[in-house]
Design a protein around this ligand. Structure first.
Ligand SMILES: [Zn+2]
Length: 167
């Protein structure tokens, strides 16, 4: 039975300028292991690379999307996997991913390759909300409202393909 996990997000449907938000900076406050980070980079690039997004290798440009990894959200949202929040009228380019609740969902949390890949999938989901400036979800694909641990752990990335949210 799939585990129900809510991925909260923020609202709004405002377009971005063509040069904005193409670079993604990873700010790892959670201390992922190097093998998990390697796996994260591979899967993240697979999922969002076709949209022209790329992870910064070193310096973070001021207009970059900032993707922060934390152990867990604070307060009421302790089992949330990730968040894309609204600032004034737009979804802000500051996204948060929470590692511990992701690991707890996985059937094989000891495998760092699987952990890194699962974190990348949640991160790509939040990036898609920002990139599309759209809080909606779809029945299938990357913008599914919930993921099961089995989906997050799967060797196959097909369930996470980036398709438009349903109206
Ligand atoms: Zn979402």
């Amino acid at each position: 039975m799939p585990v129900r996990v809510v991925l909260p997000l923020a609202l709004l449907l405002v377009g971005l300028g063509p040069a904005q938000g193409r670079q993604v900076c990873l700010v790892d406050q959670a201390g992922l292991s190097p093998p998990a980070l390697g796996s994260f980079y591979r899967e993240f690039q697979t999922l969002v690379g076709p949209r022209g997004l790329e992870l910064a290798e070193s310096e973070c440009e001021p207009e970059a999307i900032r993707l922060s990894l934390y152990r867990r959200a604070q307060g009421h949202d302790a089992d949330v996997l990730g968040a894309a929040r609204r600032e004034s009228s737009k979804i802000a380019p500051r996204l948060e991913i929470y590692i511990d609740p992701i690991v707890e969902l996985l059937p094989e949390s000891h495998c760092w390759n699987t952990v890194g890949r699962a974190v990348a999938r949640v991160a790509a989901h939040e990036v898609a909300h920002f990139f599309d400036q759209d809080q909606r979800h779809s029945e299938a694909g990357l913008l599914r409202v919930r993921f099961s641990g089995a989906q997050l752990a799967s060797d196959d990335s097909y369930a996470f393909r980036w398709i438009p949210a349903e109206h």
